[in-house]
Design a protein around this ligand. Structure first.
Ligand SMILES: NC(=O)c1ccc[n+]([C@@H]2O[C@H](COP(=O)([O-])OP(=O)(O)OC[C@H]3O[C@@H](n4cnc5c(N)ncnc54)[C@H](OP(=O)(O)O)[C@@H]3O)[C@@H](O)[C@H]2O)c1
Length: 318
């Protein structure tokens, strides 16, 4: 019998154009029988930067783990969460639109999540699913890393009263700022948010106001930190109409939107000579804190940042 030579084996035909994702798909070369699985549930999910950040860290640290994106419809969320246990996953991140809805499927939630009402990280601890939120702490860590800012005794204005604002307020309040003013388009939402926090944190002056342009001027005059947590700015050249010129020169203007990397709001602030803080750092640090919850390991921030920037350049983050 003639030996079978590799040149005799017919290669399968793969029509690359008909399977667009095949070009850059992972080939699974590093997957073993012991590989542990992490991931992110959301919808849409193809834009997420988290797999790039986490897989880069796992590779750098030589961990036998993989982090995968899962597109989960709201009607499939319960099943997907059950799957974390069934498949023995270490945990997952949760993103839009599931951060609030996922809570009812978990075994327990952290004290912070009870106040925030949103989860971005699930840890599978011996078959018990615990919900955490690392967004706000990631935000504070990024402010400290990039600008050395300590919120203690400072005055801050937060634009927006959604899930991200709630996470950031919890983390800021723990650092004992002097005051937190929440300005939101829907005033009733800002009022209800402030009500939740007022009783929990003494010594901080909380107030809720409307997000109407010139009326903000009086609140801006002695602000140390202005944070945009609204979704306005995700489109190029789109910015809230607010009187940035009323801010003192020492004010930091922060925008948690990370795509575009420098929003129109930050460009305007920089032109006025104000210090700026873009949203990518928050994304990186919330990821690092999730990673610590799952593995107990401090993720190398520089590796996460490099991977996130590379993924953004390749069209992620939308
Ligand atoms: N960097 C990060 O790691 C990170 C993490 C989480 C979120 N984010 C970003 O943060 C943003 C908000 O996220 P979220 O989860 O808090 O969303 P959310 O819960 O839907 O809240 C959205 C907020 O934006 C306000 N808003 C929306 N459109 C507006 C408009 N045209 N004018 C004025 N205000 C408007 C809403 O005001 P109303 O109450 O009046 O509707 C609300 O306060 C998103 O852009 C998200 O990508 C970034």
């Amino acid at each position: 019998m003639n030996p079978v030579r590799s040149s005799h084996i017919k290669k399968p035909f793969i029509a690359r154009r008909s399977i667009p994702f095949i070009k850059k798909a992972s080939n699974g070369a590093n997957i073993t029988g012991k590989t542990k699985i992490l991931g992110i549930f959301g919808r849409p999910i193809s834009h997420t930067l988290s797999p790039a950040m986490h897989n880069a860290v796992m590779k750098a640290l030589g961990l036998d783990m993989v982090y995968l994106p899962f597109e989960v419809k709201p009607s499939n969320l319960r099943g997907a969460v059950k799957g974390i246990k069934s498949l023995g996953m270490i945990g997952v991140n949760i993103t839009t639109p599931h951060k609030e809805a996922v809570i009812k499927f978990l075994d327990s939630i952290s004290e912070d999540v009870k106040l925030i009402g949103a989860v971005n990280t699930i840890v599978n601890k011996n078959g018990q699913l615990i919900g955490h939120n690392t967004d706000g702490y990631g935000y504070i860590a990024s402010l400290k890393e990039e600008l050395g800012f300590n919120p203690k005794g400072k005055k801050m204005v937060i634009l927006g009263a959604g899930g991200a604002a709630r996470g950031i307020i919890i983390a800021l309040a723990a650092k004992k700022p002097k005051s937190i003013t929440v300005a939101n388009r829907t005033l009733s939402r800002a009022i209800s948010l402030i009500k939740t926090f007022k009783g929990k944190f003494s010594g901080i002056a909380f107030q809720a106001i409307g997000l109407d342009g010139e009326n903000l001027r009086a609140y801006f005059e002695d602000t140390n930190l202005l944070i945009n947590t609204t979704s306005v700015g995700m489109k190029k050249n789109e910015a809230l109409k607010i009187p940035l010129d009323a801010l003192p020169k020492r004010t930091i203007v922060s925008d948690i939107i990370y795509n575009p990397l420098e929003t129109a709001l930050l460009k305007k602030a920089a032109k006025l000579g104000l210090a700026t803080h873009p949203g990518l750092g928050m994304l990186i640090h919330q990821g690092a804190l999730s990673f610590k919850l799952w593995t107990g390991i401090d993720a190398p921030i520089d590796i996460m940042r490099k991977a996130a920037l590379k993924a953004l350049k390749m069209g992620g983050g939308r």
